[in-house]
Write a protein that binds this ligand. Structure first.
Ligand SMILES: [Zn+2]
Length: 554
């Protein structure tokens, strides 16, 4: 803790943040001054009134700087994000040689690392060839190599990793997943999809990660988020290891975390409804214990299908190559789990990317509502990349929060996405404004580490449908761009709503937490392009300065 922070936590004195351009994400939308007492905003409005209220306060002159509520990443994976910061970044590799070169260099630079982990490689880099273990063996044959695809729904491994995982020619595919095999020889190729990742690779790697390494990764994720203006996050795949790491961080922070974390307990599909429902009860037990303003177990997460890029999302009509994917959860297995969670008062978050997957999820919710009757509920669906028009209406009528990630629509990563669908369906890709037009709440997030976590480039894609990676590319269906004020509110106010923290945070109004961000640019006056160059000057969580860029802007 630096001395500045200590002063801020120990004084009960008010702080007057004075003379800014403050976007409140509430009505009225703009203010000039905020008074912070302890962890809360006690006044938000004009500077003349604030001056009169605070003769004795500490003054922070904003000098016209742009202020907005702290971003809340409505869908992320904190520990994975922290861990991914240490993996070889392969996203910029445009071909196999580029991927091999990066792995080879990392291997040479880290001669004692027991295994090599990489991330964010893109299918188009292989120019249509299927990834094979031999391609990696060519640069690293001795140590296991695990390479997460950009969407984190598949892992490409070398022969040593297959051996470490205990996968041989006779290992059966897990339910809802695939161990890719050479059609001629039957040998595993080194590509593992969906539950072969979540049920084979992740548990195997989790066993070799120490608690200390998890703590370091989580701290790194927190630090990055705070530096980028994020004051809250909804973690979308908590298991026992993740919760334990969060609780250690909570204890270390004396009952606080560096930023607020709500989370969903990941339910693993088994072929036993009894076992699936037992996992819901496990989540409910956590939810009874973890209901604070810093750490909240919000509910459960269910991954109904996969992703478009690897043709594992479940579509109503086949992909351009004639294939389609079975859902990981069909309606029969899903409905009892959703009904049990709904009855337990848990929020259900369902990953549904294919248009058939969102249909299955909505039908399961209707069954749960029919079984449990009228009660308070706030369920949500994640991604919704290809949802049908009819199901947008259904989703809104059911009060389901649409949780979507603008960065997934970045034009720089659309080539394969559009090619594998290959027809009119690509013209309704990521239709964010349709959700709000239908009356649904739209909450924006990043799904880090499947996409970059910083919210400002994410808001650039949201408001322009242009690429934050290469802004010269043509926009991706610009008719779906969101107005600036709407996009920022979806990433703050509505993200807070998505995890039932709307009474606590997400708007700059008196009575809510002093969670806010000061930028050195103003996208309303400087244009959306400034989101790619603006820096976060100050990140304040519960009244406490958690990140400051030095020297100025503040
Ligand atoms: Zn996710």
């Amino acid at each position: 803790m630096n001395p500045m922070d200590r002063k801020n936590t120990m004084t009960a004195k008010a702080t007057h943040y004075r003379g800014g351009r403050i976007f409140t994400a509430a009505e009225p939308a703009w203010a000039e001054s905020m008074i912070v007492e302890d962890s809360q905003l006690t006044y938000v409005g004009d500077t003349v009134t604030a001056d009169a209220l605070t003769r004795d306060a500490d003054i922070v002159e904003l000098d016209g700087a742009f202020v907005l509520p702290g971003f809340i990443d409505a869908h992320t994976h904190l520990l994975m994000m922290g861990q991914s910061l240490q993996k070889v970044d392969l996203q910029s590799a445009v071909d196999l040689a580029g991927i091999q070169d990066r792995i080879g260099r990392f291997a040479a630079d880290n001669p004692t690392a027991p295994r090599i982990l990489g991330r964010s490689w893109l299918f188009p880099a292989l120019g249509g060839r299927p990834p094979t273990r031999q391609m990696i063996d060519a640069v690293e044959a001795d140590r296991p190599v695990y390479l997460d695809s950009n969407d984190v729904h598949s892992v490409w491994v070398n022969s040593a990793a297959l051996h470490e995982l205990g996968i041989d020619d006779h290992t059966p595919d897990p339910l809802g997943g695939r161990i890719e095999r050479d059609p001629a020889t039957g040998h595993a190729t080194g590509m593992l999809y969906e539950t072969a990742v979540t049920q084979i690779v992740w548990p195997a790697l989790a066993k070799v990660v120490t608690d200390h390494e998890r703590d370091v990764a989580l701290a790194a994720a927190f630090e990055r988020y705070l530096a980028d203006g994020v004051t809250g996050a909804v973690d979308m795949a908590l298991g026992a290891d993740e919760v334990a790491a969060l609780e250690r961080a909570l204890a270390a922070g004396g009952g606080t975390l560096p930023l607020r974390v709500a989370g969903h307990w990941l339910i693993t599909r088994t072929d036993s409804t009894e076992e699936n429902v037992r996992q819901v009860r496990e989540a409910a037990t956590y939810a009874q214990r973890l209901q604070g303003p810093w750490l909240r177990m919000a509910g459960i997460k269910i991954i109904i299908d996969g992703v478009i890029d690897s043709c594992t999302a479940t579509m109503k009509e086949p992909y351009s190559d004639g294939t389609n994917a079975e859902p990981i959860w069909d309606l029969e297995s899903l409905a009892p789990v959703v009904t049990a969670a709904d009855a337990a008062g848990l929020q259900v978050a369902m990953h549904a990317i294919g248009d058939e997957a969102s249909e299955i999820g909505l039908t399961a919710l209707e069954k749960a509502i029919a079984a449990n009757g009228i009660r308070p509920r706030r369920h949500r669906m994640e991604h919704l990349e290809t949802i049908t028009k009819d199901n947008v209406q259904r989703l809104a009528q059911l009060g389901v929060v649409a949780s979507m990630q603008p960065v997934h629509a970045d034009p720089a990563i659309q080539e394969n996405w559009r090619a594998v669908l290959g027809d009119h369906r690509v013209e309704r890709a990521y239709p964010w404004p349709e959700m709000t037009s239908a009356g649904a709440v739209l909450a924006l997030g990043s799904d880090a580490p499947t996409a970059p976590h910083p919210p400002l480039p994410n808001m650039y894609v949201a408001t322009t449908r242009k690429s934050a990676i290469d802004p010269t590319l043509p926009p991706n269906l610009p008719e779906y761009a969101l107005p600036m004020a709407d996009a920022l509110a979806h990433a703050t106010r509505d993200a807070a709503y998505s995890c039932c923290w709307d009474d606590l945070t997400g708007q700059l109004v008196a009575g809510k937490a002093a969670d806010f961000v000061v930028l050195d640019g103003n996208p309303f006056t400087d244009g959306a392009g400034s989101l790619l160059t603006s820096r976060v000057g100050l990140t304040v969580v519960a009244g406490r300065i958690r990140h400051r860029t030095t020297p100025r802007p503040l």
